[in-house]
Design a protein around this ligand. Structure first.
Ligand code: EAX
Length: 323
């Protein structure tokens, strides 16, 4: 055994013998199942925090919205009744309005573009905007590229969406855009979606393949169209006061642990995207793979003009122009 390992082992043992008085347990939550791209993110984060702080901090993961949906979890993190959450950007603009710009449909060319933006100066600046709202945003992760499902008909073109009743995230940009596509929008927290689809309260919903599979929406939805209409960022959020209390070294440990979580999170999204269509077909879904996205973009022109006014065309172009 290496001497360093022996020293760590001994100090841990001493820690336990003295009652390990310094151990702090924190909660982290996701709204979807453990067996998912978000599950691996928080499980890895928890393991890495424990390892990197030599067990002084323990992170307890909660899955499937057992602590509430994403909006409720973000609220709890802001208040400090829960230290951490991994969430999609869906309800984030209700807390940090500047983040709205990231949810514009067809803003990113693909995942590589989105990752480059989020990991680059624009994404890092955006993480800083959470500070004044009671959060420490540890890192951008990924929810994925969103596609539409419904129980009524194959969607090949935007005209097919007219009158479809769809659950949307509680996100003002999404709601405006989907209305522009003729969809009847019903914002709803994620934990309620399966039942709403099952009971026919809504006809459809939209989510990345990772979410569609982990939530087993194939059991309650017949049609999937690879609309790829919007990229959905994920984010590791921590209560600001809880983060500020950490030593400089522990702060770094939490930031690094989040980075490790993001790595496996993105790798799982890639895996899900590559096997998703075959898997969902094998479960009985009808999949339209070749969707003419330009027709959706054209239909969204008036809504996009509105977004340009609201967020500034230069700010949107800055994102679009990242190579
Ligand atoms: O974060 O609410 C949603 O549709 C989200 O994409 C999902 O809960 C995963």
């Amino acid at each position: 055994m290496k001497l360093s390992k022996l020293v760590v082992g001994l100090s841990l043992a001493v820690g336990f013998m003295s009652g390990a008085a310094a151990q702090t347990t924190m909660k982290i939550s996701i709204s979807i199942a453990q067996n998912s791209h978000q599950g691996v993110a928080i499980d890895t984060f928890a393991r890495e925090v424990e390892k990197r702080t030599a067990g002084r901090y323990k992170v307890q993961p909660f899955y499937s919205g057992s602590l509430g949906g994403e909006r409720e979890s973000i609220e709890a993190v802001q208040l400090g009744t829960q230290e951490l959450t991994f969430t999609s950007s869906g309800p984030v603009p209700n807390f940090v309005p500047d983040a709205k710009i990231l949810d514009i449909p067809f803003l990113f060319r693909d995942k590589a573009h989105a990752r480059a933006v989020l990991d680059g100066p624009i994404g890092q600046e955006m993480l800083g905007k959470f500070d004044s709202k009671g959060f420490k945003a540890l890192a951008w992760g990924e929810n994925g590229i969103r596609h539409m499902t419904n129980s009524k008909r194959s969607v090949n073109a935007p005209e097919d969406l007219k009158g479809l009743k769809m659950r949307t995230m509680e996100n003002p940009v999404h709601v405006a855009a989907y209305k522009g596509l003729g969809i009847v929008t019903t914002p709803m927290a994620f934990p309620e979606v399966f039942t709403a689809l099952q009971q026919g309260t809504v006809d459809g919903q939209e989510n990345p393949l990772s979410v569609i599979m982990s939530a087993k929406f194939d059991q309650v939805q017949k049609h999937l169209s690879l609309t790829g209409h919007v990229y959905s960022p994920g984010i590791f959020l921590m209560n600001k006061a809880s983060f500020d209390k950490l030593s400089a070294a522990d702060k770094q440990a939490f930031l690094d642990a989040a980075k490790e979580g993001v790595k496996v999170n993105r790798a799982r999204v890639d895996e899900d995207d590559s096997k998703g269509v075959a898997e969902l077909r094998s479960k009985g879904m009808t999949v339209v793979e070749n969707v003419d996205k330009s027709r959706f973009v054209t239909m969204l022109a008036p809504v996009n003009a509105e977004f340009e006014k609201q967020f500034g065309k230069a700010n949107i172009d800055r994102i679009r122009n990242v190579k």
